[in-house]
Design a binder for this molecule. Sequence first.
Ligand SMILES: Nc1ncnc2c1ncn2[C@@H]1O[C@H](COP(=O)(O)OP(=O)(O)OP(=O)(O)O)[C@@H](O)[C@H]1O
Ligand SMILES: [Mg+2]
Length: 306
Amino acid sequence: MRPIELNNVTKVFNHPMKVWQKIESVKNLSFSMEQGEIIGFVGHNGAGKTTTIKMIMGFISQTSGTISVFGQNPGDRIIKHKIGFLPERPYFYSQLTSMELLKYFGALSGMKSSLIRSRAESVLKKVGLFDAKDRRLSSYSKGMLQRIGLAQALIHDPELVIMDEPMSGLDPLGRHEVMEIIRSLKHEGKSVLFSSHILNDIENLSDRVLIIDHGHLKYFGKIADFVRPSHVKYTIEFATPEPMTETIFSLFAGVRIVSDRYLLECSDINDFNDKITDIVKRGFKIYSAKADYPSLEEIVFNTSGE
Ligand SMILES: Nc1ncnc2c1ncn2[C@@H]1O[C@H](COP(=O)(O)OP(=O)(O)OP(=O)(O)O)[C@@H](O)[C@H]1O
Ligand SMILES: [Mg+2]
């Protein structure tokens, strides 16, 4: 049974002010998740990530299309214990300590009290809050609050973990820690869907990426498959034994001078190889010849036209 499956899902909201106006937040979105995979969910502000996640969680219903979570309707009681959720803007009772909070959430998930304490301790260790377990949340930093949010999502040992912007507002170290937690979930065989603006985080972590733009699916698949040959930039850096700038400019269109060397961009892998052969034959010295693969960020922004 797949953890998540969406078929042609559309969500239309009424405009909060102008009743005659509709907001199409998600349009004909289809994708499915396999057990044990990490899916990174990318999109600009307002792209429809949170709306999609809320529909998967069963907090709001879709306008059309079908959603199945472990083969059931979203929000169905019988699948709730299989899902851990970190909302975009979690709110917790600040007067509770993290241990008290986890006991509370454990009880809400129907866990036996004998199990809750040991599970809470292991989850607190996992998110690096064990030493702070008896401090009230009001004394926690933003990063610590984000981590307790993760801990509450994991307390009942769910099979599927859904996180809406788990790295938001965290510094690089905090982001790294959250990434490590996500990685460890994968090792435990869990399925993880998480959204982020920071494409690098998604790039490093996800088995597949789901990219949406204004509610439309732009891409769903492996990052490696998204990188087309045309995205790769080939450059050769070379120098001549004696000054011969005019000859070089007439031989190689588009060549640039960078300090005391020439920098030549090639159109594709064949052009790259031909030019390397030519440069070597002419007795020039090659300092570097490299193929640069763009980051996911560059590809997404280029294909969005932004
Ligand atoms: N309850 C609602 N009523 C009306 N419009 C809504 C509602 N919820 C979301 N929207 C609209 O749907 C669109 C998608 O919003 P959503 O919150 O899903 O985006 P997002 O990708 O999560 O953005 P962000 O990165 O800023 O969190 C936006 O245009 C938003 O204004
Ligand atoms: Mg959002």
